[in-house]
Design a protein around this ligand. Structure first.
Ligand code: ZN
Length: 415
């Protein structure tokens, strides 16, 4: 199964917005951009909202059927590992093999020596076509790569073979992700990580490194945009070279686990993709749920009351909700508006505070980040929440489609 050149991943916590999300890919197609639409959901999300991998498959198939989508679409078992993969296998055709926990685990002396020996031919100046300055590679560097990444690559190989065994075929897309770590991986490291991935027998079509800068959930990129652009450009060139050096799939491309809404790096990404005719997978987080809340607020009446109640509950349970996201959010309890104040807000005020329009005077990234983590509160409302989604389907759907197309797809792929 070959993943298309441009692919876009959407998350949908409650599996109600499949059609509204897919509509954005239809609009892309109408604008001349062919996207593979991917629905991604991790084990962590499934556990939090008590859903099952089969529900994502059902949602995707039903949305595709209802809208007559002719393009490619896939269901991504996001951030899975050996412990969680099995349950996803019957329903997914895209697997994000998360081996971040294995980074830095010693592969043992023999494996390290074999790796260093095999790649000692790169010691000295490593010239990557398109990159002016050669990378300086010495034995120490290769040894560090082995020590840091070999165990992770081998673990990804085990997960890959487990999927192939359960499926009885290799007809699926494999991504290797190393993004959920503290330290970014440099382009030179990426080159040898790809060597290790090839050695581990994984025909990876996407690789998700950790990039420079902060990728907080649901808010914009924080970091040096020029540095990000340089790194992204070098990564593209490194991948291209690694494909020919190590025999990886020709369509191997970068996967950006954006955490959604990294608006300020979309333009450099678009320009670099164009410059090198390169593909990309851009994964967004479950911010569709924030569009549900925005739509509920905008609807007014009991929709707004429910949105406010969810906010009040999430403020009460701030610690519990933000703890799992501690490394990818930047939110302080004391900077948040008290529930008593929010309860006096109009529909517009609530929607404008939450909606990611950076230029709007009401927009509050603190408010938005807390609510991003608060989907568990909506899940606890159960049927009350789901019937509100049904009652206000139109206004919510409008927000969901607009968000994905106008704020993400357009700046990334169209300009
Ligand atoms: Zn990720």
């Amino acid at each position: 199964m070959k993943l298309g050149k441009y692919s876009f991943g959407t998350g949908d916590r409650f599996a109600h917005q499949g059609e509204a999300q897919l509509r954005a890919s239809i609009m892309a197609r109408e604008a001349g951009v062919e996207l593979t639409h991917v629905w991604n959901k991790s084990h962590r999300e499934h556990k939090t909202v008590k859903s099952e991998p089969s529900e994502v498959r059902k949602e995707a198939d039903e949305a595709v059927m209802a809208l007559g989508w002719q393009g490619q679409y896939l269901v991504d078992a996001d951030h899975i590992n050996m412990d969680t993969v099995d349950g996803f296998v019957p329903y997914s055709d895209f697997f994000t093999l998360d081996v971040a926990d294995y980074i830095g685990k010693d592969p043992g002396a023999e494996a390290t020596e074999n790796f260093v020996k095999k790649y000692s031919k790169f010691i000295g100046d490593l010239h990557i076509p398109g990159i002016d300055e050669p990378f300086k590679i010495d034995e120490r560097f290769l040894r560090d790569i082995a020590g840091n990444f070999l165990t992770a690559a081998n673990e990804a190989g085990k997960i890959y073979r487990r999927i192939a065994e359960l499926k009885s075929n290799e007809d699926f897309v494999a991504e290797v992700s190393m993004d959920e770590v503290e330290e970014p991986q440099t382009p030179a490291e990426l080159f040898f990580i790809l060597a290790a991935i090839a050695d581990a027998g994984i025909p990876a079509q996407t690789i998700a490194p950790k990039f420079t800068g902060r990728f907080n959930k649901g808010v914009d990129y924080v970091g040096d945009i020029d540095q990000f652009s340089r790194e992204f450009e070098q990564d593209i060139l490194v991948i291209r070279h690694a494909v020919s050096e190590f025999g990886l799939p020709a369509n191997l491309k970068l996967s950006v686990h954006s955490g959604s809404d990294k608006f300020s790096i979309y333009k450099p990404i678009r320009e670099l993709l164009k410059k090198y005719d390169a593909g990309v997978h851009l994964k967004t987080a479950g911010t569709t749920w924030l569009e549900e809340l925005t739509g509920l607020a905008e609807a007014g009446g009991d929709g707004l009351i429910l949105a406010k109640a969810i906010y009040a509950k999430s403020l009460d349970r701030f610690d519990e909700l933000t703890a799992p996201y501690a490394t990818v959010i930047d939110v302080h309890k004391e900077s948040l508006p008290p529930a008593s104040e929010v309860n006096t807000w109009s529909a517009e005020k609530f929607a404008n505070t939450l909606r990611h329009e950076q230029g709007h005077p009401d927009f509050d990234p603190q408010f938005r980040q807390l609510l991003h983590c608060a989907y568990k509160m909506a899940a606890e409302y159960g049927d009350t929440y789901f019937s509100a989604l049904d009652n206000y389907k139109d206004i919510i759907g409008k927000n969901v489609t607009y968000n994905i197309f106008e704020r993400h797809i357009k700046p990334l792929f169209i300009g």
